[in-house]
Design a protein around this ligand. Structure first.
Ligand code: TPP
Length: 678
């Protein structure tokens, strides 16, 4: 008998080992799913179960295809098999299922199967269908900037491909030729919605072929060889820095969508039977038998072994403690470990806000090579529509100050990915606050709670700068004041400077803060010399976020303001001073954290509060301040708290109409005089 070449032997052994490892993974995934169905009825902590039967082969093989601890995974909620294939601990998966405080997967803060694992490089996943795609693209971009050849895996169901984020992600990944492997686990249903109600032409693969540079595989996701071929090619392409791949894997969803769903309401018996016939588990066993890689006896023994393993893991999962309720507020924000210094005596020439911001960015880029800037029009000669980032591409290169596609969700989500990748500190620009709405899902649902949802495992140090405010005839879409919306979202910090010195110091602090900071810049103040220019703070100076400034002292009433309103208030205060009314003016500097202490200290002296803002009065941030004053400082008050804000309308373009909607100095004067007389 002719001896086999040793290399061939080795290859045969390794591919047999690989095939059997995948079978083990599939068993783990299937038996875990079955065990969870039982546990959900026993009310031991978890009440919700997502069925994964049918998704095992594609999931496990995807996990196996990655290099553990090097590559990145963004699995969606039905991709438990991926987590298992990548190497997540089963007892931790059960612990998370039972809402226990396991070291990973959110420690009971997220519903089951929202994976998070720092060592295995699974950034904290949310429940929002489709939002993971752009974050994965952000990681891949960061990997490119860091000069590594890591790949990023991201999965979703067929329904998720209807989200705009999916298409933004394909576009960005193709523009930058990023190593992203998009795997669509196409089970033909999004809860009860069949693919024909979901996708034009019935095939996302067909649609996606239009993205230049994207390799598209449309495969049977229950066929080992097809899956293996597509994944190997995708990993190879990504590693070689040749760009992204989309794998559309057709698979059955054998169970319900979740424990709250009854497929009998929308699936025919014939459809259910057809799905069962496509089950990847018996099919893969059959394939292994046919290839003589396993015997029926070995299959039985392996099944028993894995079932026992699952029982043990489930018991261990139950032993993890529940998080103490006293800790439910932990990790809304990450603690700031910084010292702040101010040396007013050492300050330089007077600068306006736009120069102060530009210098802050420049100095921070110089100090920290991880600081990167991106947004619409921010790069090269343009340097942003307001010129804040001018000169930075020339000085630091295209890799550190670059343009993005015109897509706000892309900007926020890729910032998330870049921030969690490693040492990057994204400072993104949204061109006008009025256009942050198309990125708001990534901001409110993703970025703000990343630290909290991961139970402190991850944090997302992103700064998002946004020009804001009116009085410039910007009309309804270049005049909005959005601070109240931002303040309502736990996890975000919100800065809103009124002058150049504060702007510079606060932006530097924001960049050094480990939390997401939204940095609002009033457009009408950018070039304001009279009110907002100051001697420029030195490179070392920073201000803590959350410390208001008493702009002028007074004893008869307190005006509380931020942004442009600070200057209007100061002018009015000066005028009233001449009439014998002494007005104290407070500039909040940051909306979140709110320095309520400085407000209360002032009210203890003046006993009267007037809060000013240009945003519409109803539910404006003034309402929050008024509520806090009445709760914490009622006994200081000699008069009802007064608010003056914009009228409840959008801001019109024509000057006389704009003036009617936004508060004017005369309005402030009247309000202040009336309050002083009360
Ligand atoms: C943006 C968003 N809209 C709606 C939902 C509610 N929801 C959760 S899962 C789901 C269906 C998703 O279907 P698909 O992407 O095909 O994945 P599958 O569940 O079939 O694996 C829906 C509508 C959600 N979580 N996020």
């Amino acid at each position: 008998m002719q001896a086999k070449a040793p290399l061939q032997d080795l290859l045969a052994v390794s591919s047999k080992a690989k095939c059997l490892k995948i079978l083990e993974g599939i068993y783990r995934a299937r038996f875990t799913d079955e065990k969870m169905q039982k546990l959900v009825r026993q009310n031991k902590g978890g009440t919700f179960h997502l069925y994964t039967a049918g998704h095992e082969l594609i999931g496990v093989m995807s996990g196996e295809a990655l290099e553990q601890g090097k590559d990145w995974g963004f699995p969606y909620y039905r991709d438990r098999a991926f987590a298992i294939g990548l190497g997540c601990n089963l007892s931790e998966i059960f612990g998370a299922f039972l809402a226990r405080e396991v070291p990973h997967h959110s420690g009971g803060r997220m519903m089951p199967d929202h994976f998070s694992h720092k060592e295995l490089r699974i950034p904290c996943q949310s429940s929002v269908v489709g939002s993971q795609f752009l974050q994965a693209v952000g990681i891949a971009k960061a990997a490119r900037l860091a000069g590594t050849n890591e790949v990023a895996y991201v999965s979703g169901g067929d329904g998720s491909t209807s989200q705009g984020d999916f298409h933004e992600a394909l576009n960005y990944a193709c523009v930058h030729k990023l190593g992203v492997i998009f795997v669509i686990q196409d089970n033909g249903w999004a809860i009860s919605v069949p693919v024909e109600d979901q996708t034009a032409g019935g095939s996302i693969a067909h649609m996606a072929k239009g993205y230049a540079g994207l390799t598209v595989h449309e495969i049977d996701g229950c066929d080992f060889e097809a899956v293996d071929g597509a994944l190997s090619a995708a990993v190879k392409k990504g590693r070689s820095l040749e760009g992204p791949t989309l794998i559309v894997a057709k698979i059955p969803r054998i169970g319900a969508h979740s424990s709250s769903d009854d497929p009998k309401k929308y699936k025919t018996e014939a459809q259910t039977e057809a799905d069962q016939k496509r089950d990847p588990l018996p099919r893969y066993e059959g394939w292994l038998l046919e290839k003589e890689l396993i015997t029926p006896e070995e299959i039985s023994a392996l099944r028993e072994k894995i079932k026992e393993e699952i029982e043990t893991a489930a018991l261990k999962g139950e032993e993890f403690p529940l998080q103490e309720k006293e800790r439910a507020l932990d990790h809304v924000y990450k603690e700031v470990d910084a010292t702040f210094i101010q040396t007013p005596e050492a300050r330089g020439e007077s600068v306006v806000i736009m120069d102060a911001l530009n210098h802050a960015l420049d100095e921070e880029m110089e100090r920290d090579p991880g600081v990167i800037i991106f947004g619409q029009d921010v790069a090269r000669g343009k340097g942003g529509v307001f010129g804040i980032t001018r000169g930075l591409t020339a000085k630091y290169g295209e890799e550190r100050c670059f343009n993005t596609p015109l897509a706000e969700s892309t900007i926020v989500a890729t910032a998330i990915g870049m921030a969690v990748h490693s040492h990057f500190k994204p400072v993104a620009e949204i061109q006008f606050a009025d256009y942050f709405w198309t990125g708001v899902n990534q901001l409110f649902n993703e970025l703000s709670s990343f630290h909290y949802r991961s139970n402190g495992e991850w944090h997302c140090p992103v700064v998002i700068r946004m020009p804001t405010g009116g009085y410039i005839q910007g009309g309804p879409y270049h005049s909005q004041s959005i601070e109240a919306f931002l303040a309502h979202c736990p996890g975000l910090k919100v800065a809103f400077p009124s002058n150049a010195a504060d702007a510079k110091m606060l932006l530097k602090s924001a960049i050094r803060d480990p939390n997401p900071v939204i940095f609002l810049e009033h457009k009408a103040l950018y070039r304001q010399r009279v009110f907002s220019a100051n001697p420029e703070p030195t490179q070392e100076e920073t201000l803590p976020l959350g410390k208001a400034r008493v702009v002028r002292e007074g004893k008869d009433l307190t005006l509380i303001a931020w942004g442009l309103m600070v200057h209007m208030s100061s002018e009015v205060a000066q005028k009233l001073e001449d009439e014998g009314i002494s007005v104290e003016v407070i500039d909040l500097r940051t909306i979140v954290p709110l320095d309520i202490e400085t407000i209360l200290t002032s009210l203890e002296k003046t006993n009267k509060a007037l809060i000013l803002h240009e945003a519409p009065l109803t539910c404006g941030f003034g309402a929050e301040i008024a509520a806090q004053i009445s709760e914490k400082g009622f006994e200081f008050l000699d008069a009802p708290i007064q608010r003056l804000g914009g009228k409840n309308s959008c801001v019109p373009y024509a000057k006389h109409l704009e003036d009617t909607i936004l508060p004017q100095k005369e309005d402030i004067e009247v309000a202040a005089r009336t309050l002083a007389k009360y």
